[in-house]
Design a protein around this ligand. Structure first.
Ligand SMILES: Cc1cc2nc3c(=O)[nH]c(=O)nc-3n(C[C@H](O)[C@H](O)[C@H](O)COP(=O)(O)O)c2cc1C
Length: 166
């Protein structure tokens, strides 16, 4: 990648972004033929309560990109410290991703992690272009929480949630 994009130092931009801790999700869907697809994403965010909308940003260069923009539904699995290795598998191109993890199909055949910190199931409302990514907007039709706390992603590391400061 170039050192500069539109006059901006790319390394400085990346470093600044890395100063923002996030949760980690494994986002999944299935193709029309039933093939499962998934990728690890930290770009998940709440968008709206009424209607209930969430978003996640997907790189247009991802192998799973065509499957997600054509999908009717997708699932956001918010992962735990115990899923760190699995999350790295789902961040690796060419990996046989669903050979790992204890996914179970929901009633529509979309892969769900039953031991996730939370599972949010959506209809794909819209796929909005955003630079080299697309913003997948999901209309939530089901949300549930699991028994474990979520993992945190910060400067390239998976961390346990920190202590309360106030
Ligand atoms: C912690 C973490 C967070 C990530 N977040 C995103 C993200 O929000 N959006 C994205 O497109 N890729 C993200 N990635 C990279 C993708 O998971 C990775 O490129 C994935 O292999 C893309 O799917 P593909 O294998 O179908 O190409 C992230 C990777 C890691 C390790």
């Amino acid at each position: 990648m170039a050192d500069q994009v539109q006059g901006l130092d790319v390394a400085a931009f990346r470093s600044a972004l890395a100063q923002f801790p996030s949760g980690v999700t494994i986002v999944t869907t299935r193709g029309a033929d039933g093939t499962p697809y998934g990728f690890t994403a930290s770009s998940f965010a709440a968008l709206s309560l009424d209607p209930p909308l969430i978003l996640v940003c997907l790189d247009q260069g991802a192998d799973c990109f065509p499957a997600f923009v054509a999908a009717e539904q997708f699932v956001v699995n918010i992962v735990t410290p115990g899923h760190a290795t699995l999350a790295m598998k789902f961040a690796t191109k060419g990996e046989n991703k669903f050979a790992h993890g204890s996914f179970e199909p929901d009633e529509n055949g979309h892969p769900v992690l039953p031991d996730a910190a939370a599972v949010i199931r959506c209809e794909l409302e819209e796929a909005v272009p955003g630079g080299d990514h697309v913003i997948l907007i999901g209309r939530v039709h089901d949300a549930r929480i699991g028994g474990s706390r979520p993992v945190t992603w910060y400067r390239g590391n998976f961390l346990h949630l920190g202590e309360s400061v106030a």
